[in-house]
Ligand binder design. Structure first.
Ligand code: ZN
Length: 410
């Protein structure tokens, strides 16, 4: 028996007026996933416990069987693990996004956040900007004083580690949930460490706003990467061992550090496929081939596709529909074809980790649909894979932490 997990990040949604009040999952062309859904078990689950902000950190942990209520101490350390960053006692790890702040004639704190990814900035420019920032005189002096280091992440996602940081009471805001809002009320707050991060964000703006690379981006009609944004803080994380928990092992294919970090902390290798971006221009075929290659030698493979989530944050509905269609035609279809060709039985779990809403471009923690297909075809839902059908089909799994038990028939 082979086991496959496919996660379409943020592909679930609410009905969208511009789509005739249908959801992207209802509109997108995904014949193979719908066929698996009709010939498999369909249901709904909740991956984001209400106690936390909804998002992939808690959702992906739940799916991999690590109960966030027990194991979640912030997102930063999970992502840091993917970069091979080791945290010592007293270290705080957090995300440092390159963001686009409004070009306006107003003070820093009154500018709006236009993009949480500096317009999906390319990795090379992003690394260059953040590296030069940490070397620029004013910023470098502050960074030394506050004992904070940067690990460039080759996308809009960089990782900061602050040593000897007391983050009790800290409040950092995920920028993708506040697009179009002014910085003022969103700035880091709640403790002395937060004040330091706020000062660093402001100093970064002073260095980055008129940087030649940003002037070039503006001239090319792109958003400037004229700000940094700290969020997703946390202290060291320890997760349950996947092989010990499930009696199976395998590997995880994903572009995003969060997912690869959760995998590594669970004891699962997460090889990085060349050319993956976590966006719609990712290396779709490379990820598919890698997943097939893993399935040829392990009993479990997980494939995570970030594009639907990023497209939604970017307000790109056609991109969201396209990425769901490609998840179907360029990932699921060839992998299922491969599995059928081996003659061995297989089980596939496909789901969206959380909803990402077109209406506000933010995450939502309400139930998401999942499908569980077994090549022996003992159950047949008769329904396509959509939010409504997932709820109507009657299988409700209150916590996503039970999903892999179901996949592995525990
Ligand atoms: Zn997201």
């Amino acid at each position: 028996m082979k086991y496959l997990l496919i996660i379409g990040d943020g592909m679930a949604d609410d009905p969208v007026p511009a789509l005739d009040d249908k959801t992207p999952l209802e509109v997108a062309d995904k014949p193979v996933i719908d066929d698996l859904s009709r010939r498999g078990l369909l249901g709904s689950t909740v991956n984001c416990p209400k106690q936390f902000e909804p998002g992939s950190a808690t959702a992906i942990m739940s799916i991999f069987g690590a109960d966030p209520l027990k194991y979640y101490h912030g997102r930063g350390p999970l992502e840091a693990a993917a970069q091979g960053i080791q945290l010592a006692d007293g270290d705080m790890a957090c995300r440092c996004n390159m963001v686009a702040l409004e070009d306006a004639d107003t003070p820093y704190s009154q500018r709006r956040i236009l993009s949480h990814s500096a317009g999906s900035i390319d990795g090379e420019t992003s690394d260059k900007l953040v590296t030069e920032l940490w070397q620029s005189p004013e910023f470098a002096a502050l960074a030394r004083e506050y004992d904070i280091e940067i690990n460039p992440g080759s996308s809009f996602r960089h990782f900061a580690v602050m040593h000897h940081a007391d983050i009790d009471g800290i409040r950092l805001i995920p920028p993708h949930d506040h697009l179009g809002e002014v910085i003022g009320p969103l700035a880091p707050s709640g403790c002395a460490a937060a004040e330091k991060l706020g000062r660093l964000q402001e100093a970064a703006f002073r260095f980055l706003d008129r940087h030649p690379l940003n002037e070039a981006r503006r001239a090319a009609g792109k958003l400037p990467a004229n700000g940094i944004w700290f969020w997703a803080e946390g202290t060291a994380a320890i997760l349950p061992d996947f092989a010990a928990k499930y009696g199976h092992t395998g590997e995880v294919v994903s572009a995003v550090p969060l997912v690869r970090g959760i995998a590594r902390l669970s004891g699962l290798p997460a090889p990085l496929v060349p050319g993956v971006t976590g966006e719609i221009d990712t290396n779709w075929d490379g990820k598919c081939q890698k997943t097939i290659e893993i399935l040829s030698r392990c009993d479990f493979a997980a494939l995570h596709i970030e594009a639907p989530d990023e497209c939604t944050h970017n307000g790109d509905t056609p991109g969201k529909l396209q990425s769901i269609a490609w998840l179907d035609s360029r990932e699921t279809a060839p992998i299922v074809e491969y599995l059928r060709s081996t003659g061995e039985d297989f089980r596939i779990l496909i789901l969206s980790d959380h909803k990402t809403l077109t209406s506000n471009r933010a995450h939502d923690g309400s139930p998401v649909p999942f499908l569980l297909y077994d090549s022996r075809e003992r159950t047949c839902s008769g329904r396509s894979y959509t939010e409504k059908n997932g709820l109507a089909a009657g299988v409700f799994v209150p916590a996503g932490t039970a999903l892999l038990d179901m996949l592995f028939e525990k």
